[in-house]
Design a protein around this ligand. Structure first.
Ligand code: FAD
Ligand code: SIN
Length: 541
C-alpha cells in the first residue's frame, strides 16, 4: 500500500508525539511506531525533566552545570537556547494534561528534585513515574486528534531518498539529497508499505539494546541512527554512551532503573562491607556526574570481585520514601526487598546515547526534508556527557523548534522529485527457519559491546569488538538478502551497524573525555580533541 502525507513521524515517544501535536493543524500527519504507542523509553523515565523554577536557581546555573557535565563538547548556543526554553515547554506539557508533583505548601510550586551534576534542585517530576505521566497525556491527546494517523506495530525499514549525487554520478554533499519518506513493515500483516512524505522526522529514541545490560526497553535498537547513516546523513559523537550508575541488580528485574533522584534525596552508595566509597572518586560524592559515579562503581566491582554495590536510603523516614518513590518502592518490594529497611543491590547499565544523527539548531539533518529529534539526534546539548534529566527537556524543546521550521519548509516544498518512488523490493522471498541465527547474533553483539566497549575501554578491546561485529555484519547482510524481512532481522541489522559506529567513533577519539574512557589514552587532550567525532557512510556511486 502507498500513503501520501505531509509529515511522517517515526516513533511515538515524547519527541515524536509533541512534534505531531504541533504540526497537525498544518497538514496530514502519520506516526509509525514499531510496538504499541506507549512502548517507549519516555514511558519509563523516572527522575524528571530539568528546568529552572527554583528560587535560588537561574538559567546561568543550569547552563553552567550542563556545560560542565558535557566536558568541553557542548555547543554553547544550543545549551543556552534549550535551558532558556525549558520553563515554557514544561508549562506546555501541563496544558497537554501532564500533572507534575507540587510542593505541599499550597503555593502551586513544583516539588523540585535534585540529581547528579546539578548545583540546584531543578528536576520537575511526577512522583517517580514522570515519563509515564508524560507519555500517557501525549498518547491520549494524539488519539483524540483527527488529523493524526497512528500506525502501531509498524516498523520503519529504511528511508527513501532521492539522490542528486546518484543522478549526476558525482560525489557531492548529502544535503543535496532529499528525503521522500520511508518503507515501513506492518508487523501484523508482514506487508511493506511506502509512506511518501514531504517532511520525515526520526524520533526513534536510543540504542541501549546494543549492550547486554541496559536500562532501556526493547525498542531501543538505534533504528533512526542506522537508517540515517545508511541514507548518507552525518552521525556524530557515538562513542559517548552513558551508563546509568544504578540499575537494579536482580535476576528477575529486567532493565529496572533506580532513579538518580534516590541519591538526590540522600541515598548513599556502599560496598558489600557497608563502606560509602564515592568520596574516593569525587568531592560531590554520590551526586557527582554520571560518568564519574559509573566509573567509580566499575572500579569498586573490579577491585572487590563483587557482582554489585548497594544503594542505601534506609535511614530516611519510611513514609517519605514510599510517597516520593512509589514505583521503585513497589518494584523492590515485589522482589522481596524493602528499601525503607535495607540497601538495594545496583549495577551500572547502558542508559543513553549522547551522540546520534547530527542536526542543526532546528533539528534538521544534512539531508533535505529529514529531521531528527529526541535521543536519536545529536544536537550539541550533551557534549561528552549528558546532565541528568536534560533528555526529556531536549526532546520537547527540539520538537517545538523542528515543528516550527518544518511548517515553514512545508510551504516551499515541491512534491515533484518524490512523485515516482521505486516500490519496495522484497529481495529475499523465503521465510527464514533460522530464528536461532538472529537471536545468536543479537546476543553476541550485545555481549561483545558489554565486554569490550563498556565503561572502561582499551585499544585492544575496541579492535577485538570491531573484528567480531564486522564478521557478524557480513553474515547479517547475507541473511538480509536471502530471507523475508522481519522486525527481528531489521533490528539486528540496525544494532550491528550502530555497534560498529560506536566502535569506530571510540577508536577515532584518542583521549579520554566525559563518557569515553580509554586506558591507553587516559588524559583529556584539548589540543586535538575538542571536537565532535563525525561519520558518514562512504559514497557508493
Ligand atoms: P523514545 O521515547 O524512546 O521513543 C522512541 C519511539 O520510536 C518508540 O515509539 C519506538 O517504538 C519507536 N521506534 C524506534 N525505532 C522505530 C522504527 N524503526 N520504526 C518505527 N518506530 C520506531 N531522561 C530524562 O530527561 N529524565 C529522566 O528521568 C529519564 N529517565 C529515564 C529512565 C529510563 C529507564 C530510561 C530508559 C531513560 C530515561 N531518560 C530520562 C532518557 C529519556 O527517557 C529518553 O532519552 C527519552 O524519553 C527519549 O525520547 P524519544 O522520544 O527520543 O524516544
Ligand atoms: C534517573 O531518574 O536517574 C534518570 C534520569 C535521566 O536519565 O536523566
Amino acid at each position: 500500500m502507498e500513503y501520501k502525507i505531509d509529515f511522517l513521524i517515526i516513533g511515538s515517544g515524547i519527541a515524536g508525539l509533541s512534534f505531531a501535536l504541533k504540526v497537525a493543524e498544518y497538514g496530514q500527519v502519520a506516526i509509525v511506531t514499531k510496538k504499541e504507542a506507549m512502548e517507549t523509553s519516555t514511558n519509563y523515565a523516572q527522575g524528571g525533566i530539568a528546568s529552572v523554577f527554583g528560587h535560588y536557581d537561574s538559567f546561568d546555573l543550569h547552563i553552567r552545570d550542563t556545560l560542565k557535565a558535557g566536558d568541553g563538547l557542548c555547543r554553547r548556543d544550543v545549551v543556552e537556547m534549550v535551558v532558556k526554553s525549558g520553563p515554557e515547554r514544561v508549562r506546555e506539557l501541563m496544558e497537554w494534561g501532564v500533572e507534575f508533583t507540587q510542593e505541599n505548601t499550597g503555593n502551586q510550586e513544583f516539588d523540585l528534585g535534585l540529581e547528579g551534576g546539578h548545583s540546584q534542585k531543578r528536576i520537575v517530576h511526577a512522583g517517580d513515574f514522570t515519563g509515564h505521566a508524560i507519555e500517557q497525556a501525549l498518547v491520549d491527546s494524539i488519539r483524540r486528534h483527527e488529523h493524526i494517523g497512528l500506525f502501531e506495530n509498524h516498523i520503519a525499514v529504511d528511508l527513501i531518498t532521492y539522490s542528486m549525487r546518484m543522478k549526476r554520478g558525482v560525489v557531492t554533499a548529502a544535503h543535496e539529497d532529499i528525503c521522500c519518506g520511508a518503507y515501513v513493515l506492518d508487523t501484523k500483516t508482514d506487508e511493506v508499505h511506502t509512506f511518501h512524505a514531504k517532511i520525515t522526522v526520526l524520533t526513534t529514541g536510543g540504542a541501549g539494546k546494543v549492550y547486554l545490560y541496559t536500562s532501556n526497553p526493547d525498542i531501543a535498537t538505534g533504528d533512526g541512527i542506522a537508517m540515517a547513516y545508511r541514507a548518507g546523513a552525518l552521525v556524530a559523537n557515538l562513542e559517548f554512551v552513558q551508563f546509568h550508575p544504578t540499575c537494579l541488580y536482580h535476576p528477575e528485574a529486567k532493565n529496572f532503573l533506580i532513579s538518580e533522584a534516590v541519591r538526590g534525596e540522600g541515598g548513599v552508595l556502599i560496598d558489600s562491607r557497608g563502606r560509602a566509597f564515592m568520596a574516593d572518586y569525587d568531592p560531590q560524592k554520590d551526586l557527582a556526574c554520571r560518568d564519574i559515579v559509573a566509573r567509580g562503581i566499575d572500579g569498586e566491582l573490579k577491585k572487590s570481585g563483587d557482582d554489585c554495590v548497594y544503594l542505601d536510603i534506609s535511614d530516611k523516614d519510611p513514609g517519605f520514601i514510599q510517597e516520593r518513590f512509589p514505583n521503585i518502592y513497589q518494584k523492590c518490594l515485589s522482589l522481596g526487598m524493602d528499601m525503607t529497611k535495607e540497601p538495594i543491590p545496583v549495577v551500572p547499565a547502558a542508559h543513553y546515547v549522547c551522540g546520534g544523527v547530527l542536526v542543526d539548531i532546528d533539528g534538521k539533518t544534512d539531508i533535505d526534508r529529514l529531521y531528527a529529534v529526541g535521543e536519536t539526534a545529536c544536537t550539541g546539548l550533551h557534549g561528552a556527557n549528558r546532565l541528568a534529566s536534560n533528555s526529556l527537556l531536549e526532546a520537547v524543546v527540539y520538537a517545538h523548534r523542528a515543528a516550527q521550521q518544518a511548517v515553514t519548509d512545508l510551504e516551499s516544498i515541491n512534491g515533484e522529485v518524490c512523485r515516482d518512488l521505486p516500490p519496495w523490493d522484497p529481495m529475499g522471498t523465503t521465510d527464514s527457519d533460522e530464528a536461532i541465527v538472529v537471536s545468536h547474533n543479537w546476543d553476541e553483539i550485545r555481549r561483545s559491546m558489554w565486554n569490550y566497549v563498556g565503561i572502561v575501554r582499551s585499544n585492544k578491546r575496541l579492535l577485538r569488538a570491531r573484528n567480531r561485529i564486522g564478521t557478524i555484519e557480513k553474515e547479517i547482510r547475507q541473511y538480509y538478502w536471502d530471507f523475508k524481512i522481519t522486525s527481528d532481522l531489521i533490528e539486528l541489522r540496525n544494532i550491528a551497524l550502530v555497534a560498529d559506529l560506536i566502535i569506530q567513533s571510540a577508536m577515532l577519539r584518542k583521549e579520554s573525555r566525559g563518557l569515553h574512557y580509554n586506558i591507553q589514552h587516559p588524559e583529556k587532550d584539548d589540543r586535538f580533541w575538542l571536537k565532535d567525532t563525525i561519520l558518514r557512510r562512504p559514497f557508493v556511486g
